[in-house]
Write a protein that binds this ligand. Structure first.
Ligand SMILES: *Cc1c(COP(=O)(O)O)cnc(C)c1O
Length: 407
């Protein structure tokens, strides 16, 4: 254990377990630890560092804004926050070509928060103002760690220590249309889901299911709330992962990649839902501050200028194909640079470990799944280096004695 890791253990609450590395520097998709080793970062701060590390566009935007005006509170407004709200609405409207019938009209509004959980918290509060309280959420979904977000999480181990949580939530199996139709009634305020479940190990719902959710919610006058905290802002190879379904949601939450690592979250509401909140209903001190907003604008501009959506889509497909070529990989999932794969055996922790040894940071969300969410600026050469190392990583992981299954 390095000196920093010892100090960590003595001073930091043990919410995350011991940190695997102490990192000191990053550039593009590469990070360096305090021992001088470098790693290709295929997790990107958990789908956050869209532009990788130390990208000049992000550094310049944040530096310039902080020199000019860093924080003002929500008693006042600034150009960057309004410009970002306009841009997000623009992207949301232009990224979907509506094919489904009843849909919200074209207007919309944005609320800025500081994280994904807070964006979802805002959305959850908004649903309560519809005059209904019932929310339908998905098994294995993830929406964050606040009490409200936790109420939308089905996993018993996460929930039970903190109950009672805000109630009136029904969980349905993700992707099961019949179960959804049974759960949603005229007293349902909203259905919340990720278009692609990230923490569950990159689980797609499929466009047909998303269209069914849109139809059912419209039939019952309930809001369709998409949690795109992980999948949004280019991660999927499109601005929003639901775009290919053609549906228009009522609520969309985004955060992780939005400002490339500067904390921010946003709730975007379209149609009538946009005017639900009134003065005093919700608030935040930091949310929508000009530094985070400028950072997000810089990320979006860079993605547009450098063609990173197409790059993410193409490189993601290349990675999936290369990873699947090994027959210890059962299947690959996801879109763009959100990549999930299932191993033939529960060896994800071993793969994670041996990937480190080979100089790559990957993520094992479940015992038999590996997730990659690298920076959108990951190069073809870096991806190919990982694909070249992949069979060797699997060899080492599969050569290990598996611990006895605990009874
Ligand atoms: C990460 C995540 C959250 C929580 O975001 P935080 O910024 O950690 O609060 C919510 N929803 C989804 C889908 C996520 O992946």
């Amino acid at each position: 254990m390095s000196e920093l890791q010892e100090r960590y253990a003595a001073s930091m609450m043990n919410t995350f377990g011991p940190p695997r590395l102490a990192l000191v520097r990053g550039e593009g998709a590469v990070v360096w630890d305090d021992q001088g080793s470098s790693y290709v970062d295929l997790l990107g701060g958990i789908a956050v560092n869209a532009l990788g590390h130390a990208h000049p566009a992000l550094v310049d935007a944040v530096t310039d804004q902080l020199r000019t005006l860093g924080h003002v509170s929500n008693f006042f407004t600034t150009e960057p926050q309004v410009a970002l709200a306009e841009k997000l609405l623009d992207l949301l409207h232009s990224s979907v070509e509506p094919v489904e019938t009843p849909r919200p009209s074209s207007f919309g509004k944005v609320f800025f928060a500081n994280s994904g959980a807070e964006a979802n918290e805002a959305a959850f509060k908004l649903t309560r103002l519809t005059g209904r309280t019932h929310v339908v959420a998905m098994e294995e979904g993830f929406h964050g760690r606040t009490m409200g977000a936790l109420a939308l999480t089905s996993k018993a181990a996460y929930r039970e220590p903190f109950e009672p949580l805000p109630g009136d939530v029904t969980f349905v199996p993700y992707g099961d249309e019949a179960a959804l139709r049974e759960a949603v009634t005229d007293r349902t305020a909203a259905v919340v889901l990720e278009p692609l479940q990230g923490e569950a190990g990159v689980n797609p719902a499929g466009d047909d299911y998303l269209r069914a959710v849109r139809q059912v919610t419209t039939e019952h006058g309930a809001l369709l709330w998409l949690d795109e905290v992980q999948t949004g802002m280019g991660r999927s190879g499109a601005w929003f992962a639901h775009a290919s379904s053609g549906i228009v949601p009522d609520l969309v939450t985004v955060a992780k990649g939005l400002a490339g690592g500067i904390p921010i979250g946003a709730l975007i509401a379209l149609g009538e839902a946009a005017d639900t909140f009134g003065p005093g209903n919700h608030g935040t001190t930091f949310g929508g501050n000009p530094v985070s907003a400028r950072a997000a604008l810089a990320v979006i501009e860079t993605i547009e200028r450098d063609g990173l959506l197409a790059h993410a889509a193409g490189l993601g497909a290349h990675l999936r194909e290369g990873l699947l070529a090994d027959d210890r990989v059962v299947e690959v999932r996801g879109s763009g640079l959100l990549v999930g794969l299932t191993l033939t055996e529960p060896r994800a922790p071993q793969v994670y470990q041996h990937a480190f040894d080979a100089g790559f940071i990957v993520n094992p969300p479940t015992p038999d799944r590996i997730r990659l969410a690298p920076p959108l600026v990951l190069t073809r050469e870096q991806a190919d280096a990982f694909l070249a190392a992949w069979p060797g990583i699997l060899d080492a992981a599969y050569a290990e004695q598996l611990p006895e299954a605990s009874s």
